[in-house]
Design a protein around this ligand. Structure first.
Ligand SMILES: Cc1ncc(COP(=O)(O)O)c(C=O)c1O
Length: 433
């Protein structure tokens, strides 16, 4: 397993002065010869990522090793089924790779069973909902407008069409989950599955309380930790393992792996969940992505991960405090995760305005609905920012203090062009892994 310092030299420089900095920029020599049009686009994206500070809460920068595995020969391998029970020949190596990914995932989260095949977080949710809910089963999940995800029962998602979905929200005054209201809705609607977890909820989730609500009405609890998975792995965000019946997540956000999904469950549910993923929801697994997940999980198991997770949380808390100190409102008044949701209801600019102005300043953020938002989801009165990607680059509290100043200047109508050199200096000082 690669030591932390070699995988992320920029961060290692920050956390240990003894580690020499080595940065190996990726090139595509073959692609450049064979397909210069595509190579040019990849170069352009590479340059964009180097020059942009990603504050998109759902993004991160994975290591070169994770990327290398994702572009390996495994992209050619069909492996429908599971290790030891495939529908194709030549799967001996694929079996070992999937087993390696599964065992590392189980070790990280202390789970009895892991399914590493979901192509994405949405596929994972669809696959696992099918097993306990069945066709037209009733599900209770968090509404998109309050911070939930489309795949938690929104009407435009398959989860809102295949199942009978009821939605809960947040307390509009505090922005916090109202467990009493969730219990009331669960009692009234008697869902088969209660879904916990969110896309833009910055606070810790009481998994024990959600499990007790679910089990009180005979429902299963599905905990979706797509966003804080890496923080759960680092022990700085509450783990649903041991409370929830099934846990889903994405591997590409705070977990810093390749784009994909992961499911954890008990040994008793393993067969049901596995058949929900394949053949229930997907065909052949993306073996190159599974290999890449194994590499990322190896990095999570390495000693530096807890330092990274704590730094992501510390940076987010510091960013929230600096924004509040400079007069901006932050949903729930702070954060327990990598995410800060800025409330612009009192400001002249909308979420859309701020997102566009941030782009001019080379800051990537996304507009977001906030509690009591009167604007449409395309405009919004909020902006969601996350610290996972910039922390991977090596930014610490001092730099997040600077980012807060940049954000405040932009929100208050300052010229975003004037802020770009500040962001460019931060990017240059902390190169991508
Ligand atoms: C809570 C939650 N669940 C599921 C997903 C879906 O992940 P994917 O985009 O990989 O389908 C997301 C994505 O942002 C999410 O925030």
């Amino acid at each position: 397993m690669q030591p932390f310092a070699r995988v992320f030299p920029a961060r290692a420089r920050r956390y240990s002065a003894r580690v020499p900095a080595t940065s190996a920029p990726e090139t595509f020599p073959l692609l450049r010869r064979q397909d210069p049009d595509l190579a040019r686009l990849l170069d352009a994206e590479d340059a964009r990522q180097h020059a942009t500070l990603t504050l998109i809460a759902s993004e991160n920068h994975c290591s070169p090793a994770v990327r290398q595995a994702a572009s390996s020969v495994l992209t050619d391998k069909y492996a429908e089924g599971y290790p030891g029970a495939r529908y194709y020949g030549g799967c001996e190596i694929a079996d070992q790779i999937e087993e390696l990914a599964r065992s590392r995932a189980k070790r990280i989260f202390g789970a009895a069973h892991a399914n590493v095949q979901p192509h994405s977080g949405t596929s994972a949710n669809l696959a696992v909902l099918e097993a306990p809910a069945g066709p037209k089963g009733k599900i209770l999940g968090m509404a998109l407008k309050d911070g939930g995800h489309l795949s938690h029962g929104h009407k435009v998602s398959a989860t809102g069409k295949l199942f009978e979905a009821v939605q809960y929200g947040i307390d509009p005054n505090t922005g916090l989950l109202d467990y009493g209201e969730i219990r009331r809705l669960a009692m009234e609607h008697r869902p088969v599955v209660l879904i916990g977890g969110a896309s833009s909820y910055p606070r810790a989730i009481d998994w024990k309380e959600l499990a007790s609500i679910a089990h009180e009405v005979g429902a299963a609890l599905l905990a979706d930790v797509a966003h804080p998975a890496g923080l759960v792995a680092g022990g700085v965000f509450p783990s649903p393992v041991g409370h929830a019946d099934v846990v889903t997540m994405t591997t590409h956000k705070t977990l810093r792996g390749p784009r994909g999904g992961l499911v954890l469950c008990s040994a008793e549910l393993a067969k049901k969940i596995d058949s929900g993923v394949f053949p229930g929801g997907q065909g052949g697994p993306l073996m190159h992505t599974i290999a890449s997940k194994a590499v990322a999980f190896g990095e999570v198991l390495a000693p530096g991960w807890k330092i990274y997770a704590q730094a992501v949380l510390d940076n987010a808390r510091h960013l929230a405090a600096c924004l509040i100190e400079r007069g901006l409102a932050v949903v729930t008044g702070g954060t327990d995760s990598h995410m800060v949701v800025i409330d612009l209801k009192r400001e002249a600019l909308s979420g859309q305005d701020v997102e566009e102005r941030c782009r001019t300043a080379n800051l990537a953020v996304n507009k977001n609905m906030v509690p009591g938002d009167q604007r449409s989801p395309r405009v919004t009165s909020g902006v969601r920012v996350g610290t996972a990607a910039a922390t991977t680059r090596g930014l610490g509290k001092a730099e997040f203090g600077t980012i807060a100043e940049v954000l405040v200047a932009i929100v208050r109508g300052g010229d975003p062009e004037a802020q770009r050199p500040v962001v460019e200096r931060l990017c240059a000082a902390c190169p991508l892994p």
